[in-house]
Ligand binder design. Structure first.
Ligand SMILES: Nc1ncnc2c1ncn2[C@@H]1O[C@H](COP(=O)(O)OP(=O)(O)OP(=O)(O)O)[C@@H](O)[C@H]1O
Ligand SMILES: [Mg+2]
Length: 502
């Protein structure tokens, strides 16, 4: 690591109506370092990054890039200065090919000004080779896995001669193996002198990849340290401003009666012949690698996609129509992995999102009892510590993790009997995680049954009464809380084909 400061952000301040998102933040970035940016949901990480990419301009403060001072950057200028960002929601165009996406907006052109396709293909190939990855340059991006789509975004940044690469929660959609290859690439970019900002809520990741770490809290800078001079507990303390007690709360209250019964459920190409029972008050963990078919299974139980065969029975009554509306009426709730797409109406307020599915319950005749709606809403904002200036704030303006809490609260407010949770804490900070776990535990002790798909093994182990493991669309084993360990789960999560190959 060298000491060349490439970017210096000084006294950056930014307010939105009712929110002081950044308050005099200082942040600097050296060539050849991975600088991790850490903080609770709503701390201001993404906002700070938007000032650097020129997506928005600060109210106050100065940004220095390569020795030149700027009081406000525009996206085109930031690009020219070599700043590129990769977000979790990719900004690729799914219908275009890999090569077309890499060069979108700066396509190579021949002398006549016409698009030079062969130059584009070979240049794209060169950039991918440089990254050491093999991807079909002519395939549409929609055919790629999330991990590969992310590589295309990196290739796109490199093709623009990027010097500063910002990655906002890149690990959240990746399996362990994919994350390791991403780290390899990040290390090689660092070795070439690139400055990298890495944002993640998984603190173990930053210990593996980071050189320095800056902690933010409530829109303010808290500390910047070399990773080797700090520790995960130290970072957590700086982040949340207090000591966190044990993360998992787990009381076991599983009843004898089966609430949800799934038999022979099949969706060709995704999962085959899945059968299991979920008991009253049980937390059933669904573990597996990314791509094992867990999300599809939850979606299918909820009725988002029709099954090819098999049955779902709730409290002894088969669900026949198999539509989301029927599932909701029967008392099933789904917190989907893709919260922005399926979980929320972004333009509507926190209150509307929270209470939409429960309006039926809270209305008497056609008159919605406004006071009760507001009270329910307030209690959830408090209990889950949803960071918002008011219940009337459009959800679009909430930070990623706070949006996740709204989706969760939405179903809790309705009083479901079965909750299907898909990666319930993805993108959620450590403090809020414990709050979500405590809430899950309370719900289970009130008799609600929870089926939780999660890629975070500690979370599966910490919260489940029983664990199902899925690999390549099939249930490969069932483990009691006592039997379940990281090793046993992983040994059943690896696809058999891969196991034979290795
Ligand atoms: N356009 C906007 N209008 C109103 N408020 C906003 C806007 N953008 C961000 N905010 C608010 O600014 C604060 C900081 O948000 P930001 O997205 O930077 O948090 P974050 O640290 O990235 O959190 P997360 O870990 O959840 O992604 C939050 O309270 C958020 O609600
Ligand atoms: Mg963010």
């Amino acid at each position: 690591m060298t000491d060349d400061v490439l970017v210096r952000m000084a006294g950056i301040t930014k307010s939105y109506p009712g929110v002081a998102a950044l308050r005099g933040v200082d942040f600097d970035l050296r060539a050849g370092e991975v600088h991790c940016l850490i903080g609770e949901n709503g701390a201001g990480k993404s906002t700070l990054i938007r000032m650097l990419t020129g997506a928005e301009q600060p109210d106050q403060g100065v940004i220095t890039i390569g020795g030149q001072e700027y009081t406000g950057l525009r996206p085109a200028l930031a690009h020219r200065l070599g700043v590129s960002a990769i977000y979790q929601e990719t900004d690729l165009v799914p219908q275009l090919t890999v090569a077309e996406n890499v060069f979108l907006g700066h396509e190579p052109r021949g002398r006549s000004g016409a698009l030079d396709r062969s130059a584009m293909r070979s240049e794209a190939q060169r950039v991918l080779d440089e990254l050491g990855v093999t991807l079909p340059v002519d395939a549409p991006v929609s055919d790629l896995t999330a991990a590969n789509a992310q590589l295309v975004q990196i290739a796109k940044a490199l093709s623009r001669n990027c010097r500063v690469l910002i990655m906002d929660e890149p690990g959240a959609v990746l399996s362990d193996h994919e994350l390791e290859s991403l780290f390899e690439i990040v290390r090689s970019l660092r070795a070439r002198g690139m400055a990298i900002v890495y944002i993640s809520h998984r603190l173990e990741e930053l210990m593996l990849i980071g050189d320095r770490v800056t902690v933010m809290r409530d829109g303010q800078w808290v500390q910047t340290r070399a990773v080797q001079d700090t520790s995960v507990p130290d970072i957590i303390r700086a982040m949340v401003g207090r000591e966190l007690s044990d993360q998992y709360t787990k009381t076991t209250v599983v009843g004898d009666d089966v609430v949800l019964s799934v038999r022979g459920l099949t969706l060709h190409g995704h999962f085959e012949d899945v059968s299991f029972d979920l008991k009253r008050g049980e937390v059933l963990g669904l573990a597996g690698l990314v791509g094992a078919g867990r999300s599809e299974l939850l979606n299918c139980i909820f009725g988002v996609v029709p099954a090819d065969s098999g049955t779902v029975t709730l409290n002894g009554r088969p669900l026949r129509a198999r539509t989301p509306q029927q599932a909701i009426d029967a008392g099933i709730g789904l917190v989907p992995e893709d919260r922005r797409g399926a979980g929320l109406i972004l333009s509507r307020s926190v209150q509307e999102n929270l209470t939409l599915p429960s309006l039926g319950k809270l209305s008497r005749g056609v008159v919605v009892r406004a006071k009760e709606v507001a009270a329910v809403c307030r209690s959830f904002i408090e209990e889950l510590r949803i960071k918002t200036p008011s219940a009337a704030q459009p959800v679009r303006f909430l930070s990623g993790g706070n949006q996740q809490k709204v989706v969760l609260a939405k179903w809790l407010a309705r009083g479901t009997t079965v909750l299907l949770l898909d990666e319930p804490t993805a993108g959620v900070d450590v403090g809020a995680k414990s709050e979500i776990y405590a809430l899950m535990d309370r719900l289970a002790s009130e008799g609600i049954s929870i089926l939780m798909a999660s890629s975070e093994l500690p979370e599966v182990l910490g919260m489940s009464d029983r664990v199902l493991v899925m690999a390549e669309g099939r249930l490969t084993c069932e483990l009691s809380r006592e039997e379940a360990t990281q090793e046993v789960i992983m040994s059943h999560a690896v696809p058999t084909s891969a196991a034979i190959a290795s």
